[in-house]
Design a protein around this ligand. Structure first.
Ligand code: APR
Ligand code: ZN
Length: 237
């Protein structure tokens, strides 16, 4: 068993599996579609160029769905872990649903962006969805009036805050990955990078098949059931 105490520098990477128990669909369900769309139809810059109104309709819907969802016991366990470890804890998420922050996590890196903002193609300003007029097919930037895009990192685009993530992978003692299929890079490579830079690695996932063999400790099952037990055991030891 990997030991974790208050001095452990811990980095956690989460994926869609951590929000599954909040009722949000993961990306790679058996039909290979995301909410009835092939990802290339909605989650690429080309899709936005081709049909921005359709892409906006899709992400407005995802945003409404995320706002209605509630953080589940997995999110709450990670918030308790941060309360306990303080600055030694960092959370990197591929999720765009905002549920980690709503559960109380503060050190969150949303590497694939966020449903909660629009991003201006012209002036580069981010605007909270609440402050945007969502009636037009392509909502205008409140700052300059140009067309906004969802503040989402699409396939073929560079994830946010990669230099910071790189430093975290180099400096952490323990790297934990939760609820991700590990097929989308660069996030899929983080656990291997952390491992060869010397971190102990652990994983929590519903399916075992996708877990690399070099993960030191693997817990198979639902994040909302396993994480609260793991975290409480670390805090109480
Ligand atoms: N608890 C733990 N793991 C779960 C649960 C659960 N309740 N439910 C599902 N899982 C696991 C699945 O077994 C799968 O391995 O979560 C993983 C979800 O994988 P994906 O759907 O591929 O999601 P993710 O890895 O986050 O996708 C990465 O792909 O489409 C892009 O940008 C998008 O951020 C996303 C990226
Ligand atoms: Zn603008």
């Amino acid at each position: 068993m990997i030991t974790i105490d208050k001095d452990t520098k811990m980095v956690v990477l989460t994926g869609a599996g951590v929000s599954a128990e909040s009722g949000l669909k993961t990306f790679r369900d058996s039909d290979g579609l995301w909410e009835n769309h092939p990802v290339t139809e909605v989650a690429t810059p080309q899709a936005y160029q081709r049909d921005p109104a359709m892409v906006w309709r899709f992400y407005k819907e995802r945003w409404k769905q995320a706002r209605q969802a509630q953080p589940n016991p997995a999110h709450k366990a990670l918030a308790r872990l941060e309360d306990w470890l303080g600055d030694n804890f960092k959370l990197i998420t591929q999720n765009v649903d905002g549920l980690h922050s709503r559960a109380g996590n503060k050190n969150v890196i949303e590497m694939h962006g966020s449903l909660e903002n629009g991003l201006c193609n012209s002036c580069g300003k981010r605007s909270p969805m609440d402050s945007i007029d969502l009636e037009p097919e392509i909502p205008p930037c409140p700052n300059c009036g140009s067309g906004l895009r969802p503040d989402i990192v699409w396939f073929g685009e560079m994830p946010y805050r990669m230099q910071e993530i790189d430093r975290l992978l180099q400096s952490c003692d323990v790297f934990m990955v939760v609820g991700t299929s590990g097929v989308v890079f660069p996030a899929a490579g983080f656990v291997m990078t952390a491992a060869y830079l010397g971190a102990k690695t652990l994983a929590v996932n519903l399916e075992a098949g996708e877990m690399p063999h070099f993960v030191d400790e693997f817990h198979q099952g639902k994040a909302g059931e396993l994480l609260p037990t793991l975290v409480d055991a670390w805090i109480q030891q």
